[in-house]
Write a protein that binds this ligand. Structure first.
Ligand code: CU
Length: 150
């Protein structure tokens, strides 16, 4: 009986830690017609084998007027990626095709839409200097936040 209790307790602990980790690997962020995200910081565990980010747009404006995406990069690359993204145009979601400074990027969405992307943390460092931002022309000034891997 004593052994039985220990075994059950072990599996309960495994299940609990499993669900906690899974929760921390799923991120959501909203965006709006005021050119803002609803979060300026996102945190994930370095133990996540994959991270899924879901971006929603709770506004009403079209993707041409007030499109938003979610781009992840090293902080030092953000301005250059955003600058190059302007030239890439909406047909490329304002991300230069093949830009290897981009760690992950969603498509551009308009009001009422949502999108998600799943990516690996492989090659990224816990405690590293990463940021997320919107690459729609001009939006990086207001739509930018810290991506923390702990
Ligand atoms: Cu935007």
């Amino acid at each position: 009986m004593n052994t039985m209790f220990r075994v059950t307790g072990f599996f309960a602990a495994v299940l609990m830690s499993g669900s906690l980790m899974a929760q921390n690997c799923e991120l959501t962020i909203d965006s709006n017609d005021q050119m803002r995200y609803d979060k300026d910081q996102l945190t994930v565990s370095s133990e996540c084998s994959e991270v899924t980010l879901t971006l929603t747009h709770s506004g009403q404006m079209s993707v041409e007027q007030m499109g938003h995406n979610w781009v992840l990069a090293e902080s030092g690359d953000v301005q250059a990626i955003a600058q190059d993204g302007i030239g890439a145009g909406l047909e490329n979601d304002y991300v230069k095709p093949g830009d290897d400074r981009v760690i992950a990027a969603t498509e551009q969405i308009g009001g009422g839409e949502s999108t998600s992307i799943t990516f690996s943390l492989e090659g990224l460092e816990a405690g590293g200097d990463y940021e997320f931002f919107c690459s729609f022309p001009g939006h990086v000034a207001l739509m930018r936040g810290d991506f923390i891997i702990e």
